[in-house]
Design a protein around this ligand. Structure first.
Ligand code: DC
Length: 196
């Protein structure tokens, strides 16, 4: 039985960095599920068809990190048929041995409700905007507005909204360095993963 880690939280909260670090430390596979929605949004045209025919190569497009791609992703992610079309790929990924880390918005609540560890990663709006703007070379105020708009849409949608699973551990990274946040997450895995 593979070990599954679900990491959810709002945009740019640090979940991607923590997920990659955990995957590396424990030799697990990592799936950034936001990339699936970004790739569907970037395809344009009919999003339901795009989700049903999504090719793993679509995830390698170089333009998926921008604020615009994030907004398009958030819009298509509110369509229930788009989400349905992406469930099997994500659940199959979670079954990879010896384990997998999936990060997104609904991993602990919908995709992997049986995950061995669920983290809900948050940070203040300002800190998230500063980190994301620096990462993608965008304006900070514009990035802050884009993050807030996305979070509002992602939290308010009817299907699989952004929210913490009842059994998730909340990690507030506002005042933490990357190293600190990663150490805290590693400690949570070590207390649960028998081979650590
Ligand atoms: O994690 P990200 O910022 O790359 O995600 C982009 C958008 O995709 C996000 O605003 C909402 C959507 N998303 C989702 O609805 N469910 C997920 N599991 C991952 C992302």
């Amino acid at each position: 039985m593979p070990f599954t880690i679900a990491i959810d939280g709002p945009a740019a909260s640090g979940k991607g960095t923590i997920s990659r670090a955990l995957a590396e430390r424990f030799g697990f596979h990592h799936l950034d599920t936001g990339l699936l929605y970004r790739a569907v949004g970037a395809r344009g045209g009919d999003p339901i068809g795009a989700a049903r025919m999504l090719d793993p190569d679509d995830l390698k497009r170089p333009d998926l990190r921008s604020n615009e791609a994030g907004q398009a992703a958030s819009r298509v992610a509110a369509i229930p048929e788009v989400r349905d079309a992406l469930v099997t790929f994500q659940r199959d990924f979670a079954l990879r041995e010896p384990g997998a880390v999936l990060d997104g918005r609904d991993i602990g609540t919908v995709i992997c409700p049986e995950a061995h560890l669920k983290l809900y990663v948050i940070a203040s709006d300002e800190v998230r905007a500063r980190r994301r703007a620096a990462e993608i070379g965008a304006d900070e105020a514009e990035t802050l507005a884009a993050l807030r708009e996305r979070d509002a849409r992602d939290s308010a949608r009817a299907t699989a909204p952004l929210c913490a699973a009842a059994d998730a551990i909340t990690l507030d990274t506002t005042a933490m360095s990357i190293g600190e946040a990663v150490s805290r997450a590693i400690a949570e895995v070590e207390s649960r993963y028998p081979k650590a």
